[in-house]
Design a protein around this ligand. Structure first.
Ligand code: PLP
Length: 391
């Protein structure tokens, strides 16, 4: 037996373990100080009532012989695929139901999709970004090239014709920066991908935070995207499904004359046995009128938190982006502090925990991520402390 030696090339993720270590150390030395965590990427509000009711009644069905369900379709039940189809339609995107695949979340599919691509493809990844794209490709042994996201390009890099890449990752609204591509910018990526016969893996896990009608929530709003893009979506941040697990991936039939769609179906039917019926009924409820109203209330709650954070940063002239169409606020560490220096500064002085930008790539050095996923009380308290400290 030989192990996959590519795993030796994955850099150990010390980011969250180092944060936990520093926080624990501080807490044990300062038991009287209350630490506020604004670093996590997990939601804190519970599932909506309509979702809980749907989960309950689906559970009841499973306990009755006549309505019990065993194995379901690997690609998802039609009742949910139809709802996702209608959701896209409401954003002016027409999809065939067989282009929509229900999954247990975006992370799994972002990794699993790589089964469809040869190991000799070159991968283009923006830096900084969600670390899963780099790690999954490193595990497979693919060559990765980076494109710089920085203050000069508002953390929205555009295609560079001198770089040849076969698989391109785009994440908009972005984790960690909260930056969102507009239609013209995405069109440049779509044209580049079509010209180069590349595929764009478009991570739209945070699309639900977009409120500006002119900003694209889906890459398929862009002309030409159906011949070059695959889109990954998730109910995690949209509806608090981080622990419940459901998402969907769109593989258009227009790419490679339907080959990738066919291969993905084959891959899923071979290696995946579908999302639980109960969970899919809960997900279905998210897309009902009541569900959409209830999740919007939660999203507005997080958005208000983001506003509170942004206002405080603005008051103290701390450069930042994000927060408006994203749960993430990306700020430049004041006084040229490094990301970790600023982490220690916040923890020691005001007991706020955030995420050092350097954990998301080399261009993240000197930057810092705060999230709006905390409670309102904690967000207000954290910003009050920061405001008073910086006075
Ligand atoms: N994509 C991005 C950009 C994320 O930040 C996350 C989670 O934080 C995911 C995907 C994973 O989402 P899911 O919970 O659906 O697996």
């Amino acid at each position: 037996m030989n192990v996959n030696t590519n795993y030796q090339n994955i850099s150990d993720s010390y980011l969250f373990s180092t944060i936990a270590k520093k926080v624990n150390e501080f807490a044990s030395n300062n038991p009287d100080k209350k630490i506020i965590k604004l670093g996590i990427g997990d939601v804190t509000l519970p599932l909506c009532k309509v979702v809980v009711n749907a989960l309950k009644s689906a559970s009841e069905e499973m306990g009755v012989k006549e309505t019990f369900r065993g194995y379901g379709p690997e690609q998802g039940y039609d009742f949910l695929r139809e709802k996702v189809q209608a959701y896209y339609k409401s954003h002016n995107v027409s999809l065939g139901i067989d282009e929509i695949f229900i999954s247990d979340g975006a992370k799994s599919d972002l990794g699993n999709i790589l089964d469809l691509f040869d190991v000799n493809n070159t991968v283009l990844v923006p830096d900084p970004v969600y670390p899963v794209y780099v790690d999954t490709n490193t595990m497979a042994g693919r060559k990765i090239v980076y494109i710089n996201a920085n203050a000069q390009n508002n953390f929205l890099p555009l295609p560079d014709k001198s770089i040849k890449a076969d698989i391109i990752y785009l994440c908009s609204p972005n984790n960690p920066t909260g930056a969102v591509y507009n239609k013209e910018q995405l069109k440049q990526w779509v044209d580049y991908a079509n010209e180069n016969k590349s595929v764009i893996l478009f991570d739209a896990a945070y699309e639900c935070f977009i409120t500006d009608e002119d900003l694209p929530r889906s890459i398929f709003e862009i002309e030409g995207a159906k011949t070059c893009a695959i889109e990954f979506c998730s109910l995690s941040k949209m509806a608090g499904f981080t622990g419940t697990r459901c998402g969907y991936t769109v593989v258009p039939k227009a790419i490679e004359n339907g080959l990738l769609n066919k291969m993905w179906l084959r891959r899923q039917t071979t290696k995946f046995n579908g999302v639980p019926y109960i969970i899919q009924r809960g997900a279905e409820a998210v897309f009902t009128q009541d569900g959409q109203k209830e999740i919007q209330e939660n999203l507005n709650y997080y958005k208000e938190n983001a506003k509170i954070i942004s206002q405080t940063l603005e008051k103290h002239n701390i450069w930042h982006i994000g927060g408006k169409h994203s749960p993430y606020i990306w700020l430049k560490c004041p006084n040229n502090m490094t990301s970790w220096e600023f982490f220690d500064y916040l923890l020691n002085n005001v007991q706020i925990v955030g995420t050092p930008g350097s954990g998301f790539g080399v261009n993240g050095e000197g930057y810092f991520r705060l999230t709006s996923f905390g409670s309102r009380e904690n967000t207000i308290e954290a910003m009050k402390r920061l405001d008073e400290f910086l006075k």
